[in-house]
Design a protein around this ligand. Structure first.
Ligand code: PHE
Length: 497
């Protein structure tokens, strides 16, 4: 019989009283084991072989929590309060005298709440109740409940449900612990095993040089290896899922013929906003939404652009637009900030290459003053891109985005009309995911108020998409924070991208 020594030992013990129902304690005592894993392991294997039945009974034990212990010693809060109330004349049972009494604030507040729950009301500052004896008897039953529980190992089923519910709702009074009680019983085939078949044998588990040098290995029994035994899963390194996703997006755009551009986190308000024809009074430009810097506080901008933007914003310049008709403050343009979108990169790319047709993309971090929650972070990433060429147009923009998302595994894309100060027409881009349309970004054709100061005459298709939103879909997460928590266990299990 291929039983290990533990199984042999346990079986032999059980055969000494074949009809007995064995509990953990007796098995430990009988085998001399100190650790119950041996019982669980050997018992489990004997059970698998059909020699032993295991029964499990779940029970719950109620014991006192820290507040409960205190209450048993000093008396329940309501009990002490009630006694105190009864000890003074009815007309002096006031809130005021309670506050003047020895009860401390942290007791009197909750205590009054508990008394109210017992039918005591406060009328014109005086505690009154119609039925003192009921209050007294409820308090008595609560007190005796706690006294019962204070006897160690009180079984949940022996206690009054309602009082258990009551004390469970109060902090620290009682605690309920679930436990499982197991019994091991020999089956008929277990009883039929001959003790002589299950003598303990010396099994060799490890082959050592000493063993090989001696002659003891001859005729010895070797412990079989169980290749199916649970073992830790080896984990190697892997790229962070966000990094893999970025690599994949990069590969898709490169494959579609785009080149990659980059830019700095620190930008001027001029390039981040004025170049995009965002009016200087726009609410998103305030400190509440944008991180402005104190070092550097200002960044120089080529005067040529400052003049052009001032003109465009004030009166439209040569763009055919009337502009915002508002004043333009060039000092405001120089303010340094952390870029709020990566559109600043594509705009600067056009300014540097106004005569060169280009299809470029960039994936970069952006910063906004957001309160962190399930769907918002103050730092996140955008996937930005432009098509800047003589025949750029809206259908070209939409089909490019559709191709991109289809390659990422989301073939259903739709656009809806939207508004951005810097594009016309403007669209919002949604993808279909598990039957729902989810918004992933914005896009449009840059307005002449944007392109003219940059020095280009061609239309520009532009888009900016949220990377984290896409990552949440790809990785099936419902909380954006999970992407950046250093929880190696969870990161390891995230799908490969
Ligand atoms: N910059 C916009 C955003 O941050 C997205 C966008 C980019 C919209 C380009 C239109 C054109 O949401």
């Amino acid at each position: 019989m291929s039983l290990g020594n533990n199984e042999r030992k346990m079986l032999r013990l059980m055969l000494s009283k074949p009809s007995s129902k064995w509990n953990l304690e007796d098995l430990l005592k009988g085998t001399g084991w100190t650790d119950q894993v041996h019982v669980a392991g050997a018992g489990g294997y004997l059970n698998e072989l059909g020699f032993v039945d295991i029964t499990e009974n779940k029970s719950s034990t109620v014991s006192l929590g820290p507040e409960g212990l205190k209450s048993v010693e000093l008396g329940l809060l309501e009990s002490r309060l009630w006694e105190w109330l009864l000890s003074i004349d009815p007309e002096h049972r006031t809130m005021k005298s309670l506050l003047d009494s020895d009860f401390e604030r942290h007791e009197s507040g909750p205590g009054v709440g508990i008394l109210k729950g017992l039918g005591v009301s406060i009328e014109k500052g005086v505690f009154t109740t119609e039925d003192e004896s009921t209050v007294t008897s409820i308090i008595k039953s609560r007190t005796s409940f706690l006294n019962t529980v204070s006897q160690e190992g009180c079984d949940l089923s022996s206690l009054d449900d309602e009082l258990v519910r009551h004390f469970s709702s109060r902090k620290g009074l009682i605690q309920i612990e679930e436990n499982t009680i197991r019994h091991w019983i020999l089956t008929d085939s277990g009883k039929a095993v001959q003790t002589s078949d299950i003598e303990e044998v010396e099994l060799i588990g490890e082959i050592t040089p000493e063993l090989l040098q001696s002659e003891n290995w001859r005729g010895a029994k070797f412990k079989p290896f169980d290749v199916n035994a649970p073992a830790p899963t080896p984990t190697g390194g892997r790229p962070h899922p966000m990094q893999s996703l970025i690599e994949r997006i990069r590969a898709v755009f490169l494959e579609m013929g785009f080149s990659e551009i980059e830019g700095d986190y620190v930008q001027s308000a001029g390039w981040n906003m004025d170049a995009l024809y965002i009016p200087q009074s726009h609410p998103a430009r305030t400190m509440q939404d944008t991180f402005y810097l104190s070092n550097p506080e200002k960044i120089d901008i080529d005067k040529k652009y400052l003049d052009l933007w001032a003109n465009v914003h004030e009166n439209g310049h040569d763009t055919g637009s009337k502009g915002w008709g508002l004043g333009f403050d060039k000092e405001e343009s120089k303010k340094a900030l952390l870029r709020t979108h990566t559109t600043v990169n594509t705009v600067r790319h056009i300014a540097n290459n106004p005569d060169i047709a280009s299809r470029v993309f960039g994936i970069g971090r952006v910063f906004r003053q957001e309160t962190i929650d399930r769907t918002h972070l103050p730092e996140f990433h955008q996937i930005e891109g432009i098509i800047h060429e003589p025949n750029a147009n809206l259908p070209m923009l939409i089909s490019t985005l559709k191709t991109f998302y289809a390659k990422m595994g989301y073939p259903d894309v739709r656009v809806r009309p939207a508004y951005f100060p810097y594009t016309e027409p403007s669209v919002e881009v949604d993808i279909l995911w598990r039957g729902e349309w989810l918004e992933l970004g914005g896009a449009g054709i840059f307005r002449p108020e944007v392109t003219e100061p940059l020095g280009t005459e061609w239309p520009v298709c532009a888009w900016g998409m949220g990377l984290e939103r896409l990552a949440m879909l790809v990785l099936d997460l419902d909380d954006i924070r999970q992407l950046y928590q250093p929880d190696l266990e969870r990161l390891r299990k995230m799908p490969l991208i």
